[in-house]
Every structure is written in structure tokens, then in C-alpha cells.
Design a protein around this ligand. Sequence first.
Ligand SMILES: Cc1cc2nc3c(=O)[nH]c(=O)nc-3n(C[C@H](O)[C@H](O)[C@H](O)COP(=O)(O)OP(=O)(O)OC[C@H]3O[C@@H](n4cnc5c(N)ncnc54)[C@H](O)[C@@H]3O)c2cc1C
Length: 464
Amino acid sequence: MATGSKSRLGQRAIVIGGGIAGKLAARVLSDYFNEVMVLDKNKESDQTSLRSGVPQGSHGHALLKSGEDILEDLFPGITNELLTSGAIPSNFSKDISWYHHGSWKIKHHSDIQTLQQSRPFLEGHLQRRLEQINNIHFIYGAKVSTILTNPDKTKITGVTYRTNFGVIKEFNADLIIDASGAATQTPKWLKQLGYPQPEKTEVKVDLFYASRAYHTLSPIEKDWKGLLIYPNPPGQARGGGIYKIEDNKWMVTLLGYGIENPPADDHSFLEYAAALDHPTIYQAIDRGKPSSEVSIYRFPSLRRYHYDKLKKFPNGLVVMGDAFCRIDPVFAQGMSLSALEATALKEVLEKATKNRSLNQISQFAHRKFSKLLDIPWMIALTEDFRFNHTTGKRFLGLPFLQSYIKKVVTASATNKDVYETFIHVLHLKAHPVKLFSPKVLKAILFKKVATGTSSAHNDHTIRT
Ligand SMILES: Cc1cc2nc3c(=O)[nH]c(=O)nc-3n(C[C@H](O)[C@H](O)[C@H](O)COP(=O)(O)OP(=O)(O)OC[C@H]3O[C@@H](n4cnc5c(N)ncnc54)[C@H](O)[C@@H]3O)c2cc1C
């Protein structure tokens, strides 16, 4: 798949971390470098199983439409492959029942058609496609510990890594991508090299996820493939969701903000589900058959590094994915942001190819990534600051946005045009300015009700 005819930017690129961001970066780099090495500290090469380096893999992962479209661009035919291997096709507003701020969204056929699958299933398919690209090589059990530079420390020239047997090895490279997720060591490496630290924005949310897979759900009538019961802040900090995934399984995730004790066993899992804003998740699982134990993941803070603002940064190092910004997972944006960043990386590499130089590649890439992040970051914070315990820097206009979005959410219960616009924004397929279009404004201001679609769906009585 690598374009052998293209003039290359360099001999070797190294990607630190083989998660989603690292995989997508490797795919893009394979068109510009003779060799791409992906180093991951994980032991296993079987990417379809849960990996210790990606503990969030056992929790519900939804891929937004924007992310899915980019995967299809980078790996033509992958959507069909996922589908034929068992991913569940889902029309977002028709197949997902969503209870949000106290009302059910109106059901209609949307043009947002997505696939539902577990994260290991998705990663496994990406991995198999990458293994068909002959200039990409994966090295497992390779924990990158330091970065190497030229004598005046202006350019990164390689990495050293520790193998599972404790042996230290090194690789030289023309470009290094840090895609090591939450464990990123770039700030530490910058400090060691005498560079200034990046500004860091942190917003503390104290979120937890508790997830388990189910073989079967309770024998109830379901008109959904996915069910979302969102928290209703400030009063209700609990939420959850159910997603049908591959192998005829259901992924059930319960979550909570600022709650000290996540439900970690059978009894507390059910008890917690029963205390959500709406009983549907509880009713769907109380007679279900779990196929896994409950996994817990704690997500203390959203964290964003402003590498884009640094005046001094060594060339040849680009930070992306969760290593650049970790966003509240409830909005399912992380993997799609990595995909958007991969597209931005491609643009930067294309420009570098024209200029025949990798100079300033880091600055160009970080600036693009930061711009891409502004909107998802704002979407997440608008909701997260509804909780009283959330702490961190608020942005200008937050109270207005919170009040307006609540009106959009309320209108999404009865007006399919408003809901359709809302989900295009959430799937990062439309700019939020669309939420202020005359059509949406009119619907909100004059409380215009359903355009042609019955809201009979909104009867969520569970029939057994
Ligand atoms: C609970 C939870 C639920 C989520 N749900 C969603 C969702 O529904 N939708 C969505 O789009 N996103 C979701 N996300 C976010 C998503 O998981 C990430 O944003 C996305 O996968 C990008 O991750 P990454 O590749 O940057 O990092 P990771 O997936 O964390 O991968 C980092 C990799 O780097 C490796 N590594 C780390 N340090 C080193 C080192 N020193 N040397 C070598 N290798 C190293 C690790 O082994 C790992 O493989 C969720 C996150 C969490 C925590």
C-alpha cells in the first residue's frame, strides 16, 4: 500500500506507542519514509485482545462518523471489512435511544450511519491492515525511555528503548512521533534537554467507567442497538450506556462523575444501574448474562498540552493522540481526534515533501492539532462544567453556551432537524456554528415541534 514511487522525506520514522493514534500515524508515515518502526511497551503482538498498555480497551468505545470516514480514507475498504467481520451497523438517531438532560431524543433516520464494535476488534482490524504494508514494522516489549539529539540539541535524532529482558537498544530516525497516550514522557524529555515546559490545561472531573460485556440481555423488547442514559448535572452525576458489538455481545458501561466508589461487583453494578435517571439500562441487564467481570477505569482529568505555543521546541518530534490531549471519553471523541490529527500530519508531510525539508515540522503539526482540538475541547467542557465539583479554567461565554445547548438538547426531543444538526456537530462533521443557523434558532426560540416524525418512540416502557 505504501507508495513506492513517491519521493521520500527520510529514511526512518519512529512511532512511540501502537494504540489508535500510533497506528494511524504509522499508516500516514509509510507514504513518506522508507521505513516506519512502531515501538510499543506491550508484550503481545495480538492486537485483537485486551492490552495492558491500553486498559481502557475493555470499556465501551464508540467511533464517531468523522473518525470512521478518515479510517476509510486511510484504509480503503475497512468499513466493509469491519461490517463483514461482525461490526454492527447503526443509524445514529434511529438505532440509538438516547436519554439526555431528562428527555429522549426524537427517533428518525439520520445520515449519520456508523459501526458499533469493541475497541480491540477495531484495533485488530487496523493492525492486520498495517501488517500488509511492507515498510511498517512493529516492535513489542519496547519501552522508549529517552530521546537522542544532535550535539546542539536542536534536532531529535532517535530513541533508546528497554526490551522486556532489560536490554537497552537504540534506533536513529528522521522523525519521531510520540503517540504513547496518557503515559507520555515528552514533558520530562524536554526538561532533560533544557527546553521550556509546555503550558498544561487540566480540568478535574473525577470520572470513572465500570464496564462489562454481556452474552445476553434481559428478554425485553428493544427498538435499539444502543442505549444511552446521560448524567443530568448538576443533580444526577451517573450515567451509562449499552452497545451491541461483534460476536453477538453487548457492552454495558456505567459511569459517574465525582463518585468515590465505582460499582465493581455484580450486586453494586446492578444497584448502580437502577439509580440512573431512567431505569432502562437496569431493566435491560437485570436478567442478562454477563460474559466478563466488571472492569474499572478512573479518568481524573482532561489534560491538554500547548506544544503549539512553545517558542523553542526541538525539531523532528511530534506529539499526538492522548499524549497531546486527553479529552473526556464520555463524548467519544478521542479516536476520531487521533484520526483528524493523522490527516493533519499528512498535510504537514505533504508540505514538507514540496519544500524538501522537515524543518519546523513539529511546530506546523502542533499548531494544526491544537486548532482541531479547540471545538471538541469546548464541547466537552461545556458539559463537564455543569457538575459542581469540576475544577479548572473556564472559557469565556461558557454560561451562555451551557444554557443554549440545553435548549438544543430539549428541542432534540421533538424536532428532528435540531437533533440532526446536533449529532452532526457531536460527530465532528459540522462546525458548532450550525447550531445557530436560522432553522435551529427558530425551532428553539419558537419551540417549533416535530417535523413529520412521530415521537411514539419516546414511550420507553419496557415490555417483557
Ligand atoms: C474509559 C475510556 C473510554 C473511551 N471511550 C472512547 C470512545 O468511546 N470513543 C473514542 O473515540 N475514544 C474513546 N476513548 C479515548 C481513546 O481511547 C483514545 O483517545 C484514543 O484511543 C487515542 O489513544 P492513543 O493511541 O493516543 O493512546 P493509547 O490508546 O493509550 O495508546 C498508547 C500506546 O502507547 C504505548 N506506550 C506508552 N508508553 C510507551 C513507551 N514509553 N514506549 C513504548 N510504548 C508506549 C502503550 O502500550 C499503548 O499501546 C476512551 C478513553 C477511555 C479512557
